[in-house]
Write a protein that binds this ligand. Sequence first.
Ligand code: UGA
Length: 457
Amino acid sequence: MDQNSKIAVVGSGYVGLVAAVCFAEMGHTVICVDNDDRKVAALQGGDTLIHENHLPELLERYRNTKIRFMTDLGEATRECDAIFIAVGTPQSEAGDADLSYVEAVACEIARSITSYKVIVEKSTVPVYTNEWVRRAIERNGVDRTLFDVVSNPEFLREGTAVADFLHPDRIVVGSDSERASALLKDIYAPLTDGEYYKRPDAIEGHCSSTEPPLLLLTSTKSAEIIKHASNAFLALKISFINAVSNLCEAADANVEQVALGMGLDSRIGPKFLRPGIGYGGSCFPKDVAAFRSVAEQMGIDFNLLSEVEKINVQQKKRFLAKVRSALWTLRTKRIGVLGLAFKGETDDIRESPAIDLVEMLLAEGCSVTAFDPAAMKRAQEALPASDRLRYAGSAYEAAEDADALLILTDWPEFASLDLEQLNKIMRYPIIIDGRNLYDPNVAAQHGFTYLSIGRPA
Ligand code: UGA
């Protein structure tokens, strides 16, 4: 077994950079390629570019030894056995995935293939992409015997990306070639044979399982569908519990109790049943739309996914209605906002429901003072400048003189605020919690009018 493969990772975004650093941590020699020379220079200088646990320490450990950064994809292709494509697949105007970056990379790789290579799709791509990549490489004159294309989707979450990569629930390899499957098995061997976990300095995972992950071999098309179907199913779970939370509000029931009662059924499971202000991020919204579009193109009615999206949009509007129900009119009200990132432990604001809500509040004529532990810079770049929008240096500063405090992101530090102090500094003691971080009884004991999602006030 070759414990040390030579791997190229194309793209230094979330998936690419985390994969590159983790492959180095697993003992491989890695070249991470990006066509943005400023990004490459920053990474060479030790800047991780994204806020992610363990990334700085791993980058520091392997930079210039096991991992190199460059812009030259040709050189990386020539040097490496496996080339992982981890470039963006943004949503096109029609809702499907824009694969032009993947195609461009495939064509560029083709120009440098002189010996056998395995090209690996790591980006989230629709079914059949594998075939298109293969055709693109062949059209560029590469003999079919000189390469294989496999699908190896990634299931990491932002915020816990490094731990998720090294402790996956499963590793999916979609391959129609034994030679390519064997190389992928070698690459993941440190995880699947459990050797990595025996290391005293191994990064710890977030799940309780002590078993090494299973490597599931499938056809390339099945692997492509597994990724889209998994994300769409998780989004569906969230929309489902959000719809149930609305029913709970109407019936004066408690969604936390309902989710607990449902989740104890091992067929359902407790995860991804946290109600809130809707899912966001760079994956779920894009992938649900792309999966629906793939189905549509194949003549399959997958209307269920449109309902998932509809509930997700409504959830933000319902939250705004809740703010209105607490404050009566909104114009000129001073609102403190806690959280701008699409979820806690990340600085990512892409498709963040918190950002949408800040925009909605501004459109209603409110003055907003917002705080986020990591996403302020990105939010400042994304939100329009306004004299009614201020950024605070702490959660307490955001709450000062506020008519109401909104909790929009589930940062752990927002769950342990000093309620007594908050009550003293706010104009009115009103908390509207879009993430259910507090026990309503405790909030009430501290004198707060406390509204949350799917729980009796
Ligand atoms: C998601 C998937 O969880 C990963 O498995 C996948 O690899 C990744 O997309 C991707 O395709 O790259 P991520 O977008 O980082 O990961 O974030 P999640 O932790 O899944 O959260 C997504 C959104 O759902 C957040 O806005 C979060 O607040 C929301 N959410 C999550 C809920 O509202 N309720 C929940 O119970 C769980």
